[in-house]
Structures are given as structure tokens and as C-alpha cells.
Design a protein around this ligand. Structure first.
Ligand SMILES: [Zn+2]
Length: 487
């Protein structure tokens, strides 16, 4: 048998094999069982969550000769021809490479012809948002009155770029980012079938790194399996993915707390991989956030050295903001490690007494919807919708205001998910989300908040850079850092 990459080999072939999209699967199977006649489907969601896989399964189900409970059989001629890419009644088009009007016209010219051996002719257009305006217009004419033997399926990562006229003619199916827990389960199933051993902690690291994408989870796995000789440990995963050790991150913070510059730079000396610097920033921010959350809510999110809880909350906030300001430059900075060193020096220089001189929002005491939204870790598509929303809390009611066109895109599951996360995040047991359309663009829109936050962070950074203690540190320590210091 020829070698297949994991992501292809484990591509789901039935609805029941699809991971983490129960709501979409259920909707599709119900529509199949009830024979409801949709002729255009739009699958939206971030990359690698299974949009085109689902479209293929749906195509099989629509044409299958032995459909049982809305599942394709994978045995009839029609199913087999789609599985081995030989069906002439199923066309998969990548709009990124065929976006022009002449290509679209060419495609549309084939529409009047009846399918050769199936019930339906299916056109799957991936990355459909890439089509030109002219292409969309000519497609729209067909979508308005499609011949009964034709079905369109569109997939996109950028649904906000799809014209409303097209949207209104499609059954829209929003795929979620796959949860870390679902990824873990699926990977552990696949590993056991592939006879790959994997430590539990390594499984968590891989699932986290996949960032909600099942395809990324398998691509990462592929790389790690070959590197580890089928025995995956967390140290191998850290090495391959450049994920810093928990101890290293905690060590940095601990030495910042103790103002032990010598030990701090000893730790930094051990870092010799520039590609891991961004992860160090991210993990440090994650740790700071977890400590802050524990200080405020007593919910311990992760295991960390309890002495870190002694760090003053205001200081933690400054640390977080310094990371936030500097991580923005990391992709373009010629010396990422220098940037990290400089940031840590500022943290080291930051003296609690000086806090009085710094002006900043006392965030944790104030209800801040953009920040809360960011921390809720909702599905990407849902979060994207909520970027255009206002929210406030009235005792146990969480009032969410959206423009009408956004409100219709949000389903009950989204709301339930939001409700559960808010309850735990805000520690309000019977919090209820109430949605209305009283959306006001002028009322604290996200972008203004972000701008303010950014300005605020820059002020803090500037103040620390010009503080006496920072200048003293720079002059005493590690002369190579001086070259990054503009003050
Ligand atoms: Zn079949």
C-alpha cells in the first residue's frame, strides 16, 4: 500500500468520524433524512477544521445508493468514486487559483449537462472568497435558479468577504475550532491505531499547539512521530515545536520577583534557539495571566510555584503589558533574544514604588468587554462576530448587543458556550446572556479600546525606559543590551 500522510489517511469518511462539529453534522443529517432541498451550502471556519472533508461527506450522502440514517455507505460506486477522486460528477475547485471571470464562466457552462451517473452534480468551491466580483456576479445568476440536478458547496476561511447576495442563497454552516479536549481524544485514537506511544503531557502540548485545527494536529504529529521514532515524549515535542519548558518560564518570573539579575541572565544564557523566543513571550504572558486569575478568583488554573502568587497584582499587570508591547515587534526584530532581554530588564527595573508614577487603567476592577472577549477563548468565528458587539452586566444579566446581520449568524450553542464561560470567568453562577440588537458603533467599539490600550502600554514602557532604575541596570548589566536602548 502506498504511503499516505496522516492528515489524508485519517480524513473522515462518514459524518460520525468528523471531530468537534456535532452541531453542523446534526443539521446536515437532519436535512438529508428529511430530504430538504438545499442547493447551496456554505462551510465557514478557520483553516484545517474540516470544511472540505464535510463537503465531501455531504456529497457522498447526497448521491449514495444506500444511505442509512443520513450516513453514506462508502461502498457503492458513487461513494467509492468520490473517495478515490474519480467521480466526474463531483468537481472540487480551488478559487485561489481559479478566481477570474473566464474560469468561472467555463465552469458554469458545464452546469446544464446532466450528471453522468449520480443523482446530483456537485461543485465544491474552496476558498470561495477569493473569487473576483465579476465571478461572484455570474455565479449569483446560477444560484438564483439552479437546475435541480446541481448542488453548490462553498468553503471559506473569510466569510466576511462573501457578498450578502451569495450568503442569502446558501445554507450557512459555521464550523468551530476543534477544542483541545476533542483534539486530544482524536489524536490518542489515531496514535493507538498507528502504534505510536505518546506521553499524556506530550499529547496536551501537541493539542494546544494545533490551535483548534485537526489538520494542523495531524501535520504536527507527522513531524514529531518521525522525529521520535514512534515514542513521543514531552521533551521531544518541546524540542520539535520550540516550546519552552515550564520550569524555564517560572524561573524567569521567580527571578524577576526576587530581583535576581544574575540568575535571570543565567537562564537566558541557556536559550540558544531564536525561534523559541516568541513562545517564551507567549508562555510568560500565559503564566502571568494564570497567576493574576488565581489572585483574583482563587481558581487555580495551572500548577505553578505558589511563591509566584506573592507578586503584587499591579506589578504583574505591568509585566503583562510590557510583554504585550514588545511581542508586537518580535516578527520583524533582527535579534529576538535581545528584545526578550530588553523586556525582562524593564521588568527587573520596574519598582513597585514607581508604580505610583505610572498612569494606567486599573483593568481588573473594571468591566472591560474587549479584554474579556479576548480571554474567553470562544470559537474563532463566533469571536469574530462579537468584535462588533457591545456588552454590559446588569446584576446576573449579561446584555449582549449586536447588529441584526450579526445576530442572525449566532446560534443557540454559541450563546450557551458564552454563558458557561462567562459564569466561570466572572464567578456568577446563574448568569444569563440576553441578546438584543441595540448595537451602537459609537459605544466603546473594540478598535477604540485597543488603541487606548496600546497608547497606555507605550506610555508605561516609555516611563520605565526613562526611569533611573532601568538606566542603572542597563549600565551595570550585560553591555550588549545597550545597543537596543534608545533612551
Ligand atoms: Zn454509498
Amino acid at each position: 500500500m502506498s504511503y499516505l500522510v496522516l492528515a489524508r489517511k485519517w480524513r473522515p469518511k462518514t459524518f460520525s468520524e468528523v471531530v468537534g462539529q456535532d452541531h453542523v453534522v446534526k443539521a446536515l443529517q437532519n436535512s438529508l433524512i428529511n430530504d430538504s432541498a438545499h442547493q447551496a451550502f456554505l462551510f465557514t471556519g478557520t483553516r484545517g477544521v474540516g470544511k472540505t472533508s464535510l463537503a465531501r461527506i455531504l456529497t457522498k450522502a447526497l448521491n449514495c445508493e444506500n444511505l442509512v440514517d443520513g450516513e453514506p455507505c462508502n461502498e457503492c460506486d458513487s461513494c467509492l468514486s468520490i473517495n478515490n477522486n474519480s467521480s466526474i460528477d463531483f468537481q472540487e475547485i480551488d478559487a485561489a487559483s481559479r478566481r477570474g471571470i473566464s474560469e468561472t464562466k467555463e465552469l458554469l457552462e458545464t452546469i446544464p449537462y446532466m450528471p453522468s451517473s449520480s443523482k446530483f452534480k456537485v461543485y465544491l468551491i474552496d476558498e470561495v472568497h477569493m473569487l473576483t466580483k465579476e465571478s461572484f456576479n455570474s455565479l449569483l445568476k446560477t444560484l438564483e435558479e439552479p437546475p435541480p440536478h446541481v448542488i453548490f458547496m462553498f468553503a471559506t476561511t473569510e466569510f466576511s468577504q462573501i457578498p450578502a447576495t451569495i450568503l442569502s442563497r446558501c445554507l450557512q454552516l459555521n464550523l468551530n475550532s476543534v477544542t483541545t479536549e476533542d483534539l486530544r481524544k482524536q489524536l490518542s485514537l489515531i496514535y493507538s491505531k498507528e502504534k505510536v506511544k505518546c506521553e499524556d503531557s506530550a499529547l496536551t502540548l501537541i493539542s494546544d499547539a494545533a490551535n483548534g485545527s485537526i489538520r494542523d494536529a495531524l501535520t504536527i504529529s507527522e513531524k514529531i512521530i518521525s522525529f521520535s521514532e514512534r515514542n513521543i515524549t514531552s521533551s521531544v515535542v518541546r524540542e520539535v515545536l520550540g516550546i519552552p519548558d515550564d520550569e524555564l518560564i517560572q524561573g524567569i518570573l521567580k527571578n524577576l520577583k526576587d530581583k535576581n539579575s544574575e540568575e535571570l541572565f543565567k537562564i537566558l544564557d541557556e536559550i540558544n534557539n531564536d525561534s523559541s523566543i516568541k513562545s517564551i513571550f507567549i508562555n510568560l504572558m500565559e503564566l502571568i495571566k494564570n497567576i493574576s486569575l488565581t489572585q483574583f478568583s482563587n481558581i487555580k488554573k495551572d500548577s505553578f510555584d505558589p511563591s509566584l502568587l506573592e507578586i503584587d497584582p499591579g506589578t504583574l499587570q505591568i509585566f503583562y503589558q510590557l510583554c504585550l508591547v514588545n511581542i508586537e515587534y518580535i516578527d520583524d526584530f533582527p535579534d529576538p533574544k535581545g528584545l526578550l532581554e530588553m523586556t525582562l530588564l524593564k521588568m527587573l527595573a520596574f519598582d513597585f514604588e514607581e508604580k505610583k508614577n505610572l498612569i494606567f487603567d486599573e483593568m481588573p476592577n473594571e468591566f472591560d468587554w474587549p479584554r474579556l472577549l479576548n480571554e474567553l477563548k470562544l470559537s474563532k468565528v463566533f469571536s469574530q462576530h462579537l468584535m462588533q458587539s457591545n456588552a454590559f452586566i446588569n446584576q446576573k444579566d449579561f446584555i449582549l448587543s449586536l447588529p441584526q446581520e450579526k445576530k442572525v449568524l449566532i446560534n443557540d450553542k454559541n450563546i450557551k458556550d458564552l454563558e458557561l464561560k462567562l459564569r466561570s470567568m466572572l464567578s456568577i453562577k446563574d448568569l444569563k446572556v440576553i441578546v438584543n440588537t441595540n448595537y451602537d458603533v459609537l459605544d466603546s467599539p473594540m478598535n477604540i479600546k485597543e488603541e487606548n490600550q496600546k497608547k497606555n502600554n507605550e506610555i508605561i514602557e516609555e516611563k520605565i525606559s526613562s526611569s533611573k532604575s532601568y538606566k542603572k541596570l542597563v549600565s551595570e548589566l550585560n553591555p550588549k543590551i545597550k545597543k537596543f536602548d534608545n533612551s
